[in-house]
Structure formats: structure tokens, C-alpha cells
Design a protein around this ligand. Structure first.
Ligand SMILES: [Fe+2]
Ligand SMILES: [Fe+2]
Length: 215
């Protein structure tokens, strides 16, 4: 099997999990759709970082596709979802014919993507660092920010701006506290933060201007 064929099988596996969750929990349709689109964006960032960091692109692609498999299966949305997902992926990856060390690297990348910890011994790999970075880059996407703000757009202007300010401090905190591990990941991450800051600060400035216009 070629790398492309293996990746195709991984996509089928992930989509099957998603579609099963959709049948079991139709109320989660929007959440599952978001999760799948997030997964595809993480793959996109992962591939970019793998090329720049000289990492194994197939391992990164497969691990990015499976990094949130527990959430895609609606098994878990908590901090454990990486470790749960790695256990779900392990037998499938072996069956697909990956060498033991590749299975372990992919599973380590999935398991540790949330908080840097796996529940089995494995050295830190560049592939795991990239999966974690790619995930964090998308967590600060403009779309995700708009989804969060959108819930408040029909509230009182003041309430909406309070939410905007919270979002701005969240992204400023992320800039200092989130552990982005690769150099090229850090560049993309900072671009996301700057794009958010420009827009959020503009929203606040518009509000302040509006207040100043009161007679
Ligand atoms: Fe995750
Ligand atoms: Fe994720």
C-alpha cells in the first residue's frame, strides 16, 4: 500500500466514526461537523509545519486526522480525549500495516496533543510537537472566534463588547501561556493572534466611538 492509500483508509476510518456518532447522537450534528472541519484544518497546518520542520509528513497527516477521533466519536470532550483517541486508533493502525515504531509515534502524537502527556512511555517527537502546534493554531482561528462571539451578537452592545474584551484577553494569555513548540508553528500561531487582536481591538474602538457620539 502507498502512503496515499494508507491515508485514504485513515480518512475512511475517521469518517465512519463520525457518521456512527451522527446516527447515535443526531443532536450533535453541528458539533461533529465543526469537529471534522477543524480536523481538516489541523491536517492542513500539520502538513505545512511538517515540510518546514523536516518531519515525517505521513505520520503527521495520519496523527492530525486522528487527533480528535475520541471527540469525533463523541466518546469524550474532556482533557482525556487524546489518550482515549490513541487507544481507539492503535489496533486500526496496526491492522493497516504500519511498523510498530510508526504506530507508537502516531499514537503518542494523538495521546499527548492536549496537555503534552501520554499514558505510555515514549520520547517526544517532532511529529507530536507538530500535531499539538497545528491544533493550537486552529483553536485561534478567526472562524472559531466568530462562532464564540456570534452567540452574543444580538445581546446589548455593552454585553457584546464585554465578551469581545474577554476574548481579547484570552488570546493575549494564549500568546504567553500556550506551549507552541516548533519555530514555524510559533510563526503561524502569532499570525492568528495578531489577526484576532486587530479585529477585536477595532470592535472595542467602534464601541467607544459610539459612546462618545451620545448627545
Ligand atoms: Fe483535541
Ligand atoms: Fe483538535
Amino acid at each position: 500500500m502507498t502512503a496515499e492509500e494508507r491515508i485514504e483508509q485513515v480518512v475512511i476510518f475517521a469518517k465512519e466514526k463520525r457518521d456512527l456518532a451522527l446516527v447515535e447522537s443526531p443532536d450533535y450534528a453541528a458539533r461533529l461537523k465543526y469537529r471534522w472541519q477543524h480536523t481538516l484544518r489541523v491536517v492542513h497546518y500539520g502538513k505545512k509545519l511538517a515540510a518546514k520542520e523536516n518531519a515525517n509528513a505521513e505520520i503527521v497527516t495520519v496523527a492530525c486526522l486522528l487527533h480528535d477521533i475520541a471527540k469525533l466519536s463523541d466518546r469524550s470532550r474532556n482533557v482525556e480525549h487524546g489518550r482515549i483517541g490513541a487507544k481507539m486508533a492503535h489496533p486500526f493502525l496496526k491492522e493497516l500495516g504500519y511498523a510498530e515504531e510508526d504506530v507508537e509515534n502516531i499514537c503518542y502524537s494523538i495521546a499527548s496533543h492536549v496537555d503534552g502527556k501520554a499514558d505510555f512511555e515514549h520520547p517526544l517527537t517532532i511529529e507530536a510537537q507538530i500535531v499539538s502546534d497545528a491544533d493550537k493554531i486552529d483553536r485561534l482561528s478567526s472562524y472559531r472566534m466568530m462562532l464564540a462571539l456570534g452567540k452574543f451578537v444580538d445581546s446589548e452592545y455593552e454585553t457584546f463588547i464585554a465578551t469581545v474584551k474577554k476574548r481579547l484577553s484570552k488570546s493575549q494569555r494564549a500568546s504567553k501561556e500556550w506551549r507552541v513548540q516548533t519555530k514555524s508553528g510559533q510563526d503561524l500561531f502569532q499570525q492568528q493572534i495578531s489577526a484576532q487582536a486587530v479585529f477585536l481591538e477595532r470592535l472595542i474602538a467602534d464601541y467607544e466611538m459610539t459612546l462618545s457620539l451620545e448627545f
